[in-house]
Design a binder for this molecule. Structure first.
Ligand code: URA
Length: 245
């Protein structure tokens, strides 16, 4: 029997085996009513959780990882766009005229934080092929530990669009915070952040910098290790999707 996500959460089944005190909500509910971790929606769809488990396994090959990432990003995209505004349009079917719903407003923007963000783009664009794409390249200066921007290209009219910023891993939060600062400087106002895994430390930093940006993730993991990796995590997302080391 299918159970609503709230029941799954209550039952104590550890989703991805991680933060047990996190309430699992539907996206709309989380944003409207808040949850244990305000501003964070954990996407508990069974297919998302199943695919994520396979991605985490160390023996999963590069090709399987990439295929799963494409599949999971389509499902995550479905959830992060669940409450988009619709407007009615008059159309003609082969039989008659009717009023039918269609997405309102300017085309969405998917903003990829290079390089791992690109892994989420393919599946998302399959679902929303008309979306515009922004690329933001930031790296961490080893001496200052500050995020340094090296590339930025975005569509026009950012202030009139919903921007979904994507990066598989919300670890320290430094690069996503910097990327969103850049997008805001260029006028972006309506922003959501989508990742596969988030660390509590990253969520805290992110919320402090951008309290107006809701986070969507498939899992909140336990913590960051001393090297800044999410634990238990899945390793280096970029290396796993591109077969680099
Ligand atoms: N980036 C990754 O790819 N993996 C982590 O665990 C943290 C940051």
């Amino acid at each position: 029997m299918l159970r609503p996500v709230e029941d799954v959460a209550k039952s104590g089944i550890a989703l991805a085996g991680i933060q047990e005190n996190v309430k699992i909500e539907t996206p709309q509910k989380t944003r409207k009513e808040g949850s244990t971790m305000d501003g964070v929606t954990v996407i508990a769809h069974p297919l998302v959780q199943h695919k994520l488990t396979i991605m985490r396994r160390k023996e999963t090959s590069t090709s399987s990882f990439r295929r799963l990432l494409r599949e999971i990003s389509t499902l995550l995209c479905y959830e992060v766009t669940r409450d988009l505004e619709l407007t009615m349009e008059t159309i003609e079917t082969p039989l008659t005229e009717m009023q039918s719903p269609i997405l309102e407003g300017k085309k969405l923007v998917f903003a990829s934080i290079l390089r791992a963000g690109n892994g989420l783009l393919e599946g998302m664009l399959e679902l929303v092929p008309a979306a515009r794409v922004a690329h933001v390249g930031v790296y961490r200066d080893h001496e200052t530990l500050q995020a340094v921007e090296y590339y930025f290209k975005a569509p026009d009219a950012l202030s009139e669009r919903l921007i979904i910023v994507v990066d598989p891993m919300l670890a320290t939060g430094n690069s996503s915070i910097a990327a969103i600062e850049k997008l805001k400087e260029r006028g972006a106002k309506n922003i959501r952040f989508l990742c596969l895994l988030a660390a509590p430390e990253g969520i805290k930093n992110f919320h402090a910098a951008h309290p107006d940006v809701p986070i969507f993730t498939a899992s909140i993991d336990s913590h960051l290790n001393e090297k800044g990796y999410i634990m238990p995590g899945l390793g280096d997302a970029g290396d796993r999707m591109y077969g680099t080391k």
